[in-house]
Design a protein around this ligand. Structure first.
Ligand SMILES: Cc1cc2nc3c(=O)[nH]c(=O)nc-3n(C[C@H](O)[C@H](O)[C@H](O)COP(=O)(O)OP(=O)(O)OC[C@H]3O[C@@H](n4cnc5c(N)ncnc54)[C@H](O)[C@@H]3O)c2cc1C
Length: 436
């Protein structure tokens, strides 16, 4: 039984299918969606470079042997070996013999007034699609405003986007959206592309700290050159529907607040009654959960010890990245199969292959295997890495084809308005409200 069909769960099931024949194991996945979401490419869905379906890899197609139960697991009874699922048609109880927990993470919101009601995350397809449509709607509304003092002040609110968190989510989002909007804004008669204001806020003193100081500075230079207002060393004090107040008391008029300030383990983890570290489930290096039998946990939800980290320091958990979740999925499958007498269990150890960040246009920063790259070369490497990491051939072909079309055809600007704003707010879109 696998909980969560993201990078960790999907890869675990794919490998289990190979290791254990149908006579050895019944494989079940509980997940709220019938696809793996390739989240590193979400900013490209927000800009419309990619179609949402391009990055939603069908579990039914890729894992035909796996029984898919749609819904959220809300409780796990480790003694009775049962779990409860809230699905589209109500609650159900499922039994398991071996359990892999891979429910991932949710956007960390902190307790800041107004963020619950006015900020949008970028972790699900509905959020990416909503943000895109919302930004287009702001351009429409700004274009229709009269040239009066009230009209001008509302125009500033509508043409300002504030993104919080200068890690890969916030930085890639701002960089790619700015590049997209700059290219399309002249289609609105009264909007000057330079009038749209982008603000990137982070309490830390660097952009993209995951990539190190040098590449962080490069990314900062790209953003500054494009006119993005990067505010480091400050955070958000409060937000309303029309403004964002920073901790240095500056009030930024804005109707678009995008929240990418870190992640927290799925709220399911806090409900299990098991030890956690930094909110993630404590597990051993073999990904077993201490104190309960036949349970493993991986990915963003688990604090898997990083055996590849500097041995002279206390062992940190592996960072919450797709790369680790994917490899932990493969490794946990081996260990689960070993518990059934197939092969040998091993601790998880993986040296980071490095991160890549696409900054839109021909810009990017990347550090594959420790080699720092910038500009078009980094962008090329970033795209190559994503094509390699997408889990199916059909997903790779769809993404590559859309990249090709986007480079030669006019940029897509239609607003399909499929997602209602109340459904796109972080708690609803990421199902956090299910656990309250
Ligand atoms: C915008 C963005 C950009 C990113 N860019 C990069 C990048 O460039 N490189 C990189 O390495 N990482 C990147 N990441 C991080 C990466 O996506 C995560 O680290 C990775 O998805 C973690 O994998 P996971 O399997 O733990 O969780 P997920 O992939 O999030 O999968 C968890 C799954 O569990 C489901 N689930 C949640 N709760 C329950 C429940 N109660 N019951 C059943 N199912 C449940 C969720 O719906 C989800 O499908 C990015 C993330 C985002 C949001």
């Amino acid at each position: 039984m696998v909980v969560g069909g993201g990078f960790g769960g999907f890869n675990a099931l794919q490998r289990l299918t190979k290791l254990l024949g149908p006579d050895r194991a019944v494989l079940t996945l509980v997940a709220p969606t019938d696809y793996l979401l390739y989240s590193p490419l979400l900013p490209e869905v927000a800009t419309g470079v990619l179609d949402p379906r391009d990055i939603a890899v069908s579990t039914r197609q890729a894992l035909p042997r796996v029984k898919l139960v749609l819904g959220h697991v809300t409780t796990v009874d480790f003694d009775a070996r049962e779990l409860t699922v809230i699905g589209p048609d109500g609650d159900s109880t499922l039994e398991w013999d071996k359990l892999i927990l891979a429910p991932g993470s949710v956007t960390k919101q902190f307790d800041i007034p107004g963020v619950d009601e006015h900020a949008y995350g970028l972790k699900t397809l509905s959020e990416a699609v909503y943000i895109r449509n919302h930004v287009l709607a702001q351009l429409d509304a700004a274009d229709a405003l009269p040239d009066t003092p009230e009209g001008r002040s509302e125009r500033a609110e509508r043409l300002t986007v504030v993104a919080v968190g200068a890690g890969y989510t916030g930085t890639e989002f701002v960089a790619q959206m700015q590049n997209w909007v700059k290219g399309i804004a002249s289609r609105w008669a009264s909007v000057d592309p330079d009038e749209v204001r982008w603000v990137l806020v982070d309490v830390a003193d660097a952009v993209l700290p995951e990539l190190g100081a040098r590449l962080g500075k490069e990314a900062l230079a790209v953003l500054a050159e494009r006119g993005v207002d990067v505010r480091l060393g400050v955070s958000v004090a409060s937000a309303t529907a029309t403004s964002v107040t920073l901790t240095d008391d500056e009030v930024i008029p804005s109707r678009t607040l995008v929240w990418g300030a870190g992640v927290a383990a799925s709220p399911l983890i806090a409900r299990l009654g098991l030890p956690t570290a930094g909110g993630r489930l404590v597990v051993g290096a073999d990904m077993t959960v201490p104190g309960v039998e036949d349970v493993w946990a991986i990915g963003d939800a688990a604090a898997v010890p990083d055996l590849a980290a500097d041995p002279s320091k206390p062992t940190p958990p592996t960072p919450p990245t797709a790369q680790h979740a994917q490899r932990q999925g493969v490794a946990v499958a081996r260990n689960v199969a070993a518990s059934l007498g197939v092969g040998q269990a091993r601790p998880y150890k993986h040296t980071d292959l490095g991160l890549v960040a696409d900054l839109g246009g021909f810009d990017g920063v990347a550090k594959p295997l420790g080699i720092p790259l910038t500009g078009p070369v980094a962008k090329f490497v970033a795209r190559g890495y994503h094509l390699y990491a997408l889990p199916t051939v059909s997903a790779r072909v769809r993404v590559a084809t859309d990249w090709l079309y986007s480079s030669v055809l006019p940029t897509r600007v239609v607003n399909l308005a499929q997602v209602r704003s109340e459904d796109a707010l972080i708690k609803k879109a990421q199902a956090i409200d299910l656990y309250e």
